[in-house]
Design a binder for this molecule. Structure first.
Ligand SMILES: NC(=O)c1ccc[n+]([C@@H]2O[C@H](COP(=O)([O-])OP(=O)(O)OC[C@H]3O[C@@H](n4cnc5c(N)ncnc54)[C@H](OP(=O)(O)O)[C@@H]3O)[C@@H](O)[C@H]2O)c1
Length: 252
């Protein structure tokens, strides 16, 4: 049974909620009693998720400057409140060496991964949270703490999101808490090219012996959104099966 964590009657917006981590987060919030408002680009996927969760949904690209305002309005018009915002939608493009990166695609990564979360927080703040309070969780990545081949744009934009999380936490307290989760490798479509070719070997190298499932991240987000985390803001919660400490693991 999912503990309610006091979310009954609250309303949540979750971006990128038609599959993977976002859908698992929206499900966990709905199971805990919250009303959910979901978004993603594929309209059929949005309809399906909204129907399954008995919520509402809006199809669109979070990087479109108008989308955050429309999504916020939908949540407020449907539920009369917006207590929770989970900025989950992201892109891992442009993938490859930075010297080959197209500046326009690089800009798109920042529009989706950094600018959209800020716009959504601004809309949530102005429309509900400034007066009534609320909580925000940004989905970053364990990889934002270090560099790696081909992920320069993704890592740089997620590191910016991590900084944005802390800055907003400082600016918006005490009414609004702003935190992030940083997943390690999770079994989703976005990361399939990483886990599918060598899952067993990757899992063996992790202290907890397996790659992540979307529900692993959802549990952490649910907790951060709840009153159980009421004295936590500006924090980043690693949900990575021990990825960041794997160098201490002996080869078996
Ligand atoms: N999986 C991992 O190993 C991993 C690790 C660290 C961090 N993360 C982070 O976890 C979050 C979720 O990723 P995931 O792995 O669950 O990916 P996923 O399974 O590919 O799901 C991505 C979701 O976001 C939506 N989306 C993508 N681009 C969008 C856009 N521009 N506007 C609106 N919606 C958009 C997708 O639907 P549409 O395609 O229909 O838009 C889908 O609902 C991301 O922030 C990612 O960076 C994932």
């Amino acid at each position: 049974m999912t503990p309610s964590y006091g979310l009954r009657g609250r309303a949540a917006v979750v971006t990128g909620a038609t599959r993977g981590i976002g859908l698992a987060v929206a499900r966990a919030l709905a199971d805990a009693g919250a009303r959910v408002c979901v978004s993603a680009r594929d309209a059929e996927g949005v309809r399906r998720a909204a129907r399954e969760l008995d919520g509402v949904g809006l199809a669109g690209d979070v990087g479109d400057p108008g989308h955050p305002g429309e999504l916020t309005r939908l949540c407020l018009d449907s539920f009369g409140r917006m207590d929770i915002l989970v900025n989950n939608a992201a892109t891992n493009q442009p993938y490859g060496p930075l010297m080959d990166a197209d500046p326009l695609v690089w800009r798109e990564a920042f529009a989706v991964n950094v600018e959209a979360p800020l716009r959504l927080v601004q809309c949530a703040w102005r429309g509900w949270m400034r007066e009534h309070g609320g909580t925000v969780v940004n989905v970053c990545t364990e990889g934002a703490g270090h560099v790696g081949p081909d992920v320069g744009a993704y890592g740089t934009s997620k590191a910016a999101l991590l900084h944005l999380t802390r800055q907003l936490a400082g600016e918006l307290g005490p009414r609004v808490r702003v935190n992030s989760v940083s997943p390690g490798l999770v079994r989703t479509r976005m990361a399939r090219f990483v886990w599918e070719p060598g899952e067993a070997e990757i899992a063996r190298g992790l202290p907890l012996g397996r790659i992540g499932e979307p529900r692993d991240v959802a549990g952490a987000v649910l907790w951060l959104c709840s009153d159980a985390a009421e004295w936590i803001t500006g924090a980043d919660l690693l949900v990575d099966g021990g990825t960041s400490v794997r160098r201490a693991r002996r080869a078996t």
